[in-house]
Design a protein around this ligand. Sequence first.
Ligand code: SF4
Length: 64
Amino acid sequence: MKIAVDPTACLHTGICVSLAPHHFTLDHTGTMHLSTDHIPPHQHAQVTAAVHACPTAALSLQQP
Ligand code: SF4
């Protein structure tokens, strides 16, 4: 499972960062970045919750 980001849709709310801080970060300008592409199985639920919580649908999950 991989995370896909549409940066044009991200409004820098930080919701994904608060729900899955190991995978999403905000830099000093408020721009969201993926910390890692690798999602270990025990973190799938946390990342999935963060993706679904994004208010602008900027995040999606891709199966390999
Ligand atoms: S939850 Fe969505 S809009 Fe908010 S920072 Fe994350 S990707 Fe951007």
